[in-house]
Unconditional design. Sequence first.
Length: 90
Amino acid sequence: MARRRKYIVPEAARGMQAFKANVMKQEGYNVNPERPDDVKYEVAKELGIPLRQGDNGDLSTESAGHIGGKIGGSMVRELVRMAQDRLSKQ
């Protein structure tokens, strides 16, 4: 069963989805800004992981982690880059 992240500030959800779309687009992925979560299928395909819509109960935790890590890692690297840029301008 898919877990849905709940944000402490619900209004942040839209911004985070837009951020994900922008970051993954910069990484070279084809991202639909209306459905940025769908980029996980493209990442999975690139990694050779058989992710499909619906039930993925047979997918190992390690495989799921590779997909999420590729996306989340890219987002974290961009956040760090943005923070360094802001700090250097102070």
